[in-house]
Write a protein that binds this ligand. Sequence first.
Ligand code: NDP
Length: 295
Amino acid sequence: MRVAFIGLGDIGSLMASHLARDPFSLAVWNRTASKARDFAAKHSARVAASAAEAAHRAEVVVMCLPSSAEVEAVLHGEQGLLHALEPGSVLLDCTSGDPATSRSIAAELSGRGVSFIDAPVSGGTTAAKSGSLTVMWGGDESDFQRVRPVVEAFGKKIVHAGPVGAGDALKAVNNALLAVHILSTGEGLAILVKAGVDPTTALEVINASSGRSNTSENLIPQRVLTRAFPRTFRLALLDKDIGIAEALATELGMQTPVLSLAAKRLHQARSILGEEVDHVEAVRMIETENGVVIK
Ligand code: NDP
């Protein structure tokens, strides 16, 4: 199966690594060409000079870019990906995108005989490395059957969310919950540290009680208490995701004040801490505001 992979970022490169073997014949393209060359030095893949060249004769084109805006830019940009997609091929967009843009891309592609599936992933770089991501996809079942082997190469739990855009919606809400957990657990632990409770003791209780979450069980112990803060998922991307969830709620005429406040705080953290820090570093903003260190 001829596959093109576009976007070898923190998670994209790990997903693509599972496609660099039989039965796939893989072509890769990345905006920063050195990353594609480094990838091909380690894996069996052809480095394409452009997104269009990668897609030439590909049956499946996988994209994993920051947001739907970059997906559109690559489709319509000078690279001319749109014109290079083969009729009968499928664009599998693993970007955590926004539902409205995905629907508009799907409509545009369908006029060219190309199918579109939004297929955002969760599980982070650890699951991407082991090929056990959760994949939530939106689109037609018959289109999905054609890309199933590709999705199964990096995914373990594979769930049909609904029509095109439903995968994006589900992903955005999941990540909005992640943002709320990071902010609320960070604030809770900051209170406890200031009140004189050791954060390890606090987590021992919280993680045996109803306040627990993946944030309290894994992220805070492994990344905050240790002060390691590894970069696996940029805060800027989480800010983008909660923004998608908020926009969706607005579009649906809903009242979601908790989500809106969390979105505002994440946006603030992004402007203070910058584009390159990891998402868990949002806790640093809470620490600074309150003069405490959770360690
Ligand atoms: P990164 O920021 O690490 O990588 C982004 C990729 O997109 C890079 O290859 C970058 O190229 C490329 N890119 C950015 N802008 C453009 C552009 N204008 N034109 C062409 N290429 C561009 O992101 P991740 O790999 O972490 O995330 C990718 C997607 O997956 C996002 O939607 C994210 O929300 C989602 N995701 C990420 C997870 C994670 O743990 N990291 C977990 C689950 C979902 P270049 O190398 O040139 O910068």
